[in-house]
Design a protein around this ligand. Structure first.
Ligand code: ACO
Ligand code: AKG
Length: 384
C-alpha cells in the first residue's frame, strides 16, 4: 500500500441511517468524542438539510470532535449546500446518483444534466473556500466511463475528493479493485478517492481493502458495521485488517475499539453479535481440544493476532469438544494437578455429558463435584 488509508467514520451519518436507529445529541457527541480520542482522523457527522435541529446537533458535535476532520453530507442541490455552509464542518460532501437506473427512476434526469449540475453546484461550493467532496452514489452500478466523466467534472470544478459508493453492496474484491484502479487512472493521482462499501453480501470490509490496494486514499467505516440494511464496512475490521493484511496503520488506537463498540451498541440499541469479529464477546474464547492444546503450547497456533492488541484476553472454556489437555489446564487453575490419564478421561466424559445437557461450561463448583464423583479412592489427584 503506497500510503496509510485515512478512515472517514460515518457512524453518525450512514450508521444512524440503520432502520430504527436515532441517536440523541448527547449520544452523538459522546461517540464523536470517543472516536476522536481514539485517533479516528475523519468523521461524517450529519445531514444539514434535515433541518435546524440537525444543524445544531452537527455544531454541538463539532465542538467535541476535533482534531478530527469533520464532513457533512448533502445532495447536490443549492439548498443542501446552503444548509451545509451553516455548519462548522471542514468538508462539505455533495452527492448525486450516477447509475442510469437511479437517474432514470429516482431523479428522472439525464447524464448530461448530472454533469451540468456538478459543474454548477460543485463549482459554487468550491468558491466558498470549503473543502469539497463529490459523492458518486450507486457508482458500482454506473457506466464506468460516465462515472469517470462525473468525477473529472467534479475535480475540474474544485472537488478534492470523489467518494465511490457501492450503495447496494454488489461488488466483490476483484470487481472493486478493477473499478477503483480505473477511477484512479481517470482522475489522476492528485484527487482523493474514498471507498464507501455496503455489506449486503458480507463483503464490505474485503471490498474496502481491495479499493485501498487499488488506489483509494480514504475509507468509509461505521462502528460495529452499522448502516443502511446490512450496514457498512466496520471500523474495527478495517483498522485491524489494514494492520495485519496490508502492513498499514490507520492511526486509530486499537485498544479503544471495544469501548467504542460498546458505546455505539448501547446508543444504537443494536446488539453486537457474540461472534462479531474483533469486538464480539466470544471471539477470543476457545473450547476445541486441539485448539486449546495448541494455544497452551503457543498462542500463535490458533490466534490471528494477540487479543491484547484490542485490550482483550483469550479465554478457554470446557465443553463438548474439549480434550484432556484442556481438562488438566482447567483443574490446574483450581490448584489440582491431574496425573492419572484414566481419571482425566472420566472427567472429560462427565464434562461432555454436562455440556450437552446444560449447554454451557461447568462452573468451578461443578468441576469439584465431577472430580469427587470420578475419583476412585483419591487416586490420580495431587495438590498443584
Ligand atoms: C445512499 C444514501 O445513503 S443517500 C443519504 C440518504 N439519507 C437520507 O435520506 C436520510 C435523511 N433524509 C431526509 O431527512 C430527507 O429525505 C431529506 C431532508 C433529505 C429530503 O426530504 P424531502 O424533501 O421530504 O424529500 P424525500 O425524502 O421525500 O425525497 C427525496 C427527494 O430528494 C431527491 N434526491 C434524492 N437524491 C438526490 C440527489 N443526490 N440530488 C438531488 N436530489 C436528490 C429525490 O428525487 C426526491 O425529490 P422529489 O421529492 O422531488 O422527487
Ligand atoms: O455520499 C455518497 O454519495 C454515498 C451515500 C451512501 O451512503 C451510499 O451510497 O451508500
Amino acid at each position: 500500500m503506497p500510503h496509510p488509508p485515512v478512515i472517514n467514520d460515518t457512524t453518525l451519518r450512514d450508521g444512524e441511517q440503520t432502520a430504527g436507529v436515532a441517536f440523541t445529541v448527547q449520544e452523538k457527541c459522546a461517540i464523536a468524542h470517543a472516536l476522536a480520542a481514539a485517533g479516528v482522523p475523519e468523521m461524517e457527522i450529519g445531514i444539514p438539510i434535515m433541518g435546524e435541529e440537525e444543524i445544531a446537533c452537527i455544531n454541538a458535535i463539532a465542538a467535541q470532535a476535533r482534531p478530527a476532520t469533520l464532513m457533512v453530507w448533502g445532495r447536490l442541490t443549492e439548498a443542501d449546500l446552503a444548509a451545509a455552509l451553516r455548519c462548522d464542518a471542514d468538508i462539505v460532501h455533495l452527492s448525486i446518483s450516477v447509475s442510469d437506473i437511479q437517474l432514470q427512476h429516482k431523479l428522472g434526469r439525464s447524464r448530461d444534466w448530472v454533469l451540468q449540475e456538478i459543474g454548477r453546484i460543485i463549482g459554487a461550493a468550491a468558491r466558498t473556500g470549503r473543502s469539497i467532496s463529490f459523492g458518486a452514489e450507486d457508482a458500482s452500478r454506473a457506466d464506468p466511463a460516465f462515472l469517470a466523466a462525473a468525477a473529472c467534472q467534479a475535480r475540474d470544478h474544485g472537488a478534492r475528493r470523489v467518494r465511490y459508493a457501492d450503495t447496494l453492496g454488489v461488488l466483490d474484491p476483484f470487481s472493486t479493485y478493477a473499478a477503483i484502479a480505473g477511477l484512479r487512472t481517470a482522475v489522476g493521482n492528485a484527487m482523493e478517492i474514498e471507498v464507501h462499501a455496503h455489506n449486503d453480501l458480507g463483503l464490505a470490509t474485503a471490498n474496502t481493502l481491495a479499493a485501498l490496494r487499488a488506489g483509494a486514499t480514504h475509507a468509509s467505516t461505521t462502528v460495529n458495521g452499522l448502516g443502511e440494511r446490512a450496514g457498512n464496512a466496520a471500523l474495527e475490521e478495517v483498522v485491524m485488517a489494514t494492520r495485519h493484511l496490508q502492513q498499514g496503520e490507520t492511526g486509530v488506537d486499537t485498544r479503544q475499539l471495544v469501548g467504542i463498540s460498546q458505546l455505539v451498541e448501547q446508543a444504537s440499541g443494536r446488539r453486537v453479535a457474540f461472534n462479531k469479529s474483533i469486538v464480539g464477546e466470544a471471539v477470543f474464547t476457545h473450547e476445541s481440544g486441539i485448539h486449546v492444546d495448541g494455544l497452551l503450547k503457543n498462542a500463535a497456533t490458533y490466534e490471528a493476532f494477540d487479543p491484547a492488541e484490542v485490550g482483550r484476553e483469550r479465554r478457554t472454556v470446557l465443553g463438548k469438544h474439549s480434550g484432556s489437555q484442556a481438562v488438566r489446564h482447567a483443574y490446574r487453575a483450581l490448584g489440582i494437578a491431574l496425573d492419572d490419564d484414566g481419571l482425566t478421561r472420566r472427567l472429560l466424559a462427565r464434562i461432555r455429558h454436562h455440556a450437552v445437557q446444560a449447554k454451557r461450561a461447568p462452573t468451578q463448583d461443578e468441576l469439584h463435584a465431577f472430580l469427587r464423583a470420578s475419583q476412585q479412592g483419591g487416586a490420580g489427584v495431587l495438590a498443584a
